[in-house]
Design a binder for this molecule. Structure first.
Ligand code: ARG
Length: 466
């Protein structure tokens, strides 16, 4: 092959073709402008493969040395921006292989022995995704750490807890933040589980049926730090479950972010006025001078839609494919890449933004007072005095009705007025009717009492440090 011919992808299958590929088809089928981000993994995979070929006596030691030298040069070229990516060479794999051959001659042409781009690309994507999962794991930990700081700082702050978006019972603001810590902790757990299935080696499956060369697949897996080898060659080249599982886990993480976002947007609105988000995370309006908009949570809420969309895209991509590799599979990359980019950016910005949240405890407490949030506490009080809970529930409903009619809180009704509803009510009732009393009373594992919140913060910190 002449130097010139190596610039053309058609040389990779060459002789059979009697006319060049049309430019339109070239552009349509090429993936190099998005899959070049796999270059590091492609080189890593190739080096592991070459080392194993040499160890097995399939490749000479001088050829291996030449390949290693060539790959070092290519690494430098890509890093310093002097590498020329060619559309004509279709994808990251052919681009790197062609350059290698340019640099080191026949040794470069021997690299593809016992390998196909089908098992090569599956390996590259898995290696790449494994590294990204580790980065995402770190970002999830950062976000949890930021939420824990906020939870600890505001363990005593009283927030109206809602059901049906109606004031239900007072909760600690810290407790509310800890609910999200639980979600992100599950997200991290899920990703660790996905990682085990990502981290398996397709190389050695070759095009689809395995190879006649005596490859040592376990050796390549060990070199690449993979936990095992894909056990069926057809499955190895066509499986994209790992990408789908990852996207499902990423979608769920984005759903959690989206729910938090929705709350932040509501809480920052004038009608709630519970929180403020630091200016650097907000924008103004080009027409209304008074506006400060929570753009970051709004955008995150919106971006969850596109990550969920990518999950649907990947599922649909796979559902009609017969075994084994089909060109359809090239379409797995952009949704997967965009999912990773979106999730990472969102987690990073949220970890920072959470530190920029200030709360307005008086506004939150006022809102909790408006909703008769301690009615359940009065019912529990009566139950503890011997009334069956259903009767206590009914009694308190009457008391709430009377309080509404007078425009006061339950705690503002005089003792004599309360005793009209049930004579068992004594002066100790006022401890129960206060928001703080209600909060402190829920001192049970998983409950909202500030003591529980602090214990949970400590537990989570221990977990994150382990
Ligand atoms: N660019 C291709 C992809 O991303 C690489 C595998 C191509 N294999 C093939 N037989 N055309 O899936």
């Amino acid at each position: 092959m002449s130097q010139n011919q190596l610039d053309k992808k058609s040389e990779a299958w060459s002789a059979l073709f009697s006319e060049p590929m049309s430019d339109l088809v070239k552009r349509y089928t090429s993936s190099v402008f998005f899959d070049q981000r796999l270059w590091k993994q492609d080189i890593r995979g190739s080096l592991a493969h070459a080392e194993m070929l040499c160890h097995q006596g399939i490749l000479g030691a001088d050829d291996l040395a030449a390949i290693q030298r060539g790959m070092a040069t290519i690494t430098q070229e890509i890093e310093n921006g002097s590498f020329t990516w060619k559309l004509d060479l279709e994808d990251v794999h052919l681009n790197i292989e062609a350059r290698l051959t340019q640099l080191v001659g026949d040794a470069g042409k021997r690299l593809h022995t016992g390998r196909s781009r089908n098992d090569q690309v599956a390996t590259d994507v898995r290696l790449w995704l494994r590294d990204e999962i580790d980065l995402i794991d770190g970002l999830l930990a950062q976000l949890q750490t930021a939420l824990l700081a906020l939870a600890e700082q505001h363990a005593d702050a009283i927030l109206p807890g809602f059901t049906h978006l109606q004031v239900a019972q007072p909760v600690s603001f810290g407790h509310h933040m800890l609910a999200y810590v639980e979600m992100f902790a599950r997200d991290a757990e899920r990703l660790q589980d996905v990682r085990r299935r990502v981290n398996r080696l397709p190389l050695g499956a070759a095009a689809l049926a395995g190879t006649s060369y005596p490859l040592d697949r376990e050796r390549v897996a060990a070199t690449l730090g993979m936990e095992g080898v894909c056990q069926n060659s057809l499955d190895a080249v066509s499986d994209r479950d790992f990408a789908i599982e990852f996207s499902a886990a990423a979608s769920l993480a984005m759903v959690h972010i989206s729910r938090l976002s929705e709350e932040l947007v509501l809480w920052m609105s004038q009608s709630f006025g519970f929180i403020d988000i630091a200016d650097r995370f907000c924008t103004g309006s080009s027409i209304m001078p008074q506006k400060k908009n929570p753009d970051v949570p709004e955008l995150a809420r919106g971006k969850s839609g596109r990550v969920i969309g990518h999950l649907m895209g990947l599922l649909t991509l796979m559902k009609g494919q017969p075994l084994a590799y089909n060109k359809d599979n090239q379409e797995d990359k952009e949704p997967l890449f965009d999912t990773v980019d979106t999730l990472k950016d969102t987690l990073r910005i949220f970890a920072e933004m959470v530190g920029g949240i200030t709360i307005r405890p008086q506004a939150m407490e006022r809102a909790a007072l408006k909703g008769y949030a301690t009615a359940t506490d009065l019912a529990d009080y009566l139950t503890k005095k011997g009334l069956p809970f259903r009767d206590a529930h009914e009694t308190v409903a009457h008391a709430v009705k009377a309080a509404i009619a007078q425009g006061v809180d339950l705690s503002e009704l005089p003792l004599e007025a309360l005793q009209k509803f049930n004579p068992a009510i004594g002066p100790d009732v006022f401890g129960v009717l206060s928001l703080r009393g209600s909060l402190n009373a829920r001192n049970i594992l998983g409950g909202t009492a500030p003591a529980q919140v602090r214990a949970q913060v400590a537990r989570h910190r221990g977990r994150l440090q382990a």
